[in-house]
Design a protein around this ligand. Sequence first.
Ligand code: HEC
Length: 112
Amino acid sequence: MRKFLLMALVCCSFLGFILSPVFGSDPFTPNGNQRKGKYLYRKYCRKCHDGSSAKELSPSSKTMADWEQVFANYQNLKCKDEWNKLKHKDLNDIFTYLHEHAYDSAQPATCG
Ligand code: HEC
């Protein structure tokens, strides 16, 4: 019986290990802290995306669906290394800010 429990334990942790990449990369959901997202966006993204070294990007540059696409596939972007410097939670805050002020949102915002 003890051996069985041990086996079950080993199997469970093994399964968890295999599945962790799947659950580890949580999708982005607009339930983050948008005030913090705005700050983070200005600090980490806007320095390039103000039209200087990359094209100008504001929340209202895209629709909500566009932002969802961008965040779901950011590993394909030219600047993905910049994204990878940030924690998932911080990116989710940025996503929340951009999504909640997108072109077709209730309160579209430019970066100004
Ligand atoms: C070191 C400069 C730099 C930083 C920092 C940076 N990017 Fe980029 N980004 C680029 C460049 C260069 C491109 C590709 C060319 C372009 O769009 O001007 C790009 C492309 C993109 C695109 C695709 C363009 C489009 O219109 O869909 C998006 C979206 C984007 N970045 C968002 C972000 C976000 C969000 C952050 C912050 C997490 C960020 N970037 C940080 C330089 C940067």
